[in-house]
Ligand binder design. Structure first.
Ligand SMILES: [Fe+2]
Ligand SMILES: [Fe+2]
Length: 187
């Protein structure tokens, strides 16, 4: 009979046995949610997430600006849409900050350099149409960069990947909303 290896594998070849899992969990317990099994590069992931965080904050600010300006030019329904997007971008920013902390990093919320860390731009726009167009461009930039980030997270960090997939789905909804608003303006 072959000698049993010391508690490395269970009957299921892809599962780690309970004893090994428990032992691993006790090592480096100060790392919280990040265990030995984390296969991503934590530093790179935190850096990437901080860029996404800056992007979300810049989006919150741009949508807020557009909300107040659109309210001024008496476009209540469009203004309402801007406000809703601003609120949802803030939720994304909070989710990302929370994940950064879970990964042992620090969310960079410093206003200094925020715009250069952000993937999307802060464009004020002059007319209702130009505001919507700028927001659409920003959403499309966000959609592409989230898609790339999801590819990076892959199977190495499924928790971050799932969060990013949720955010991506909402950015796609935002882009859709903006296209509808542009179509309504055309009528
Ligand atoms: Fe967002
Ligand atoms: Fe968005």
């Amino acid at each position: 009979m072959a000698k049993k290896k010391s508690g490395k594998k269970s009957k299921h070849p892809f599962l780690t046995d309970v004893e090994t899992l428990r032992k691993r969990a006790r090592q480096h317990i100060e790392q919280g949610a990040v265990t030995e099994g984390y296969r991503g590069n934590r530093e790179t992931m935190v850096k990437i997430l901080n860029e996404a965080l800056a992007t979300e904050i810049v989006c919150v600010l741009r949508y807020k600006r557009h909300y107040f300006m659109a309210s001024g030019i008496n476009a209540q329904s469009v203004a309402g849409e801007f406000l809703q997007h601003a609120t949802e971008e803030q939720v994304h920013a909070d989710q990302i900050s929370q994940r950064i902390v879970q990964l042992g990093g620090e969310p960079n919320l410093s206003p200094e350099g925020m715009l250069s860390r952000s993937h999307s731009e802060y464009v004020e726009g002059t007319t209702l149409r130009s505001m919507i167009e700028e927001d659409l461009v920003a959403e499309r930039v966000a959609i592409d960069s989230y898609r790339e980030m999801i590819g990076y997270a892959g199977n190495n960090d499924p928790t971050t990947r799932r969060m990013l997939e949720g955010i991506l789905a909402m950015e796609e909804e935002h882009a859709d909303d903006l296209v509808s608003l542009l179509e309504e303006l055309r009528d």
